[in-house]
Design a protein around this ligand. Structure first.
Ligand code: SAM
Length: 202
């Protein structure tokens, strides 16, 4: 496991917070990919490089590796990454993990064919994510929104995009899929509390 996150201090609070969360989490089942990836997996390339950014326990990374993509996974929490490595090992999947504060060290330009981000929002990273894709690359993004129908996810608006905000943040991409239902209509049904976007780098 590489350690870019160790070189900087601004992420130390976040790292400690998330390490505590993952130390407390139960071992249990294999983490699952986000809906944006599972439901749109037919868009994935047959080969290439993929990144699960702010991967946590790495449900997206495991899914990408199983699809045959050369997969990296970045997170600020070494505890989460250690658990991901153990699970990838049990499943015989190759996932290269890196403890990395992505706010301080965004992914390098033109490095990935696929980037997946789920349940993480740092508005300042949006342009770097677009830059990190190779031409023809895909961004799969899903995160909690400000317009929720339940208490799921964070309450701090800093982490919750406004209606259509993901479309604005990733306006440089060609939007392939977008879904955000807010509180419209029959709120007990549908895809609620989150927005999802798949965008193509032209
Ligand atoms: C709500 S969890 C989502 C994890 C995973 N993507 C998922 O969908 O289950 C947010 C993740 O962001 C990571 N994180 C928070 N700040 C970060 C930063 N500055 N750099 C890298 N990862 C960060 C946390 O460690 C945590 O794993």
């Amino acid at each position: 496991m590489a350690n870019a996150g160790d070189r900087v201090s601004p992420g130390v609070d976040a790292r400690e917070k998330w390490d505590r969360v993952y130390r407390g989490a139960e071992g249990g089942e294999t983490p699952q990919p986000a809906r944006v990836l599972a439901e749109n997996a037919h868009l994935l390339p047959g080969s290439g490089t993929a990144l699960d950014l702010a991967c946590g326990l790495g449900g997206n990374a495991l899914f990408l590796a199983r699809r045959g993509l050369r997969t990296q996974a970045y997170d600020i929490s070494p505890v989460a990454l250690a658990r991901l490595e153990a699970r990838a090992g049990q499943l015989g999947l190759g996932v290269e993990t890196e403890a990395r504060d992505v706010a301080a060290y965004p992914p390098a330009a033109a490095s990935f064919d696929v980037i997946v981000v789920s349940r993480f929002l740092d508005r300042g990273l949006a342009h770097s994510l677009v830059e990190a894709l190779r031409p023809g690359g895909l961004l799969f993004y899903q995160t909690y929104t400000a317009e929720k129908t339940s208490a799921a996810g964070p309450s701090n608006p800093a982490y919750l995009p406004r209606p259509n905000e993901l479309l604005e943040l990733f306006g440089e991409l060609r939007v392939v899929v977008y879904r955000e239902e807010g509180r419209i209509g029959e709120t007990a049904r549908g895809f609620r509390d989150e927005a999802l976007l798949v965008g193509l780098k032209i």
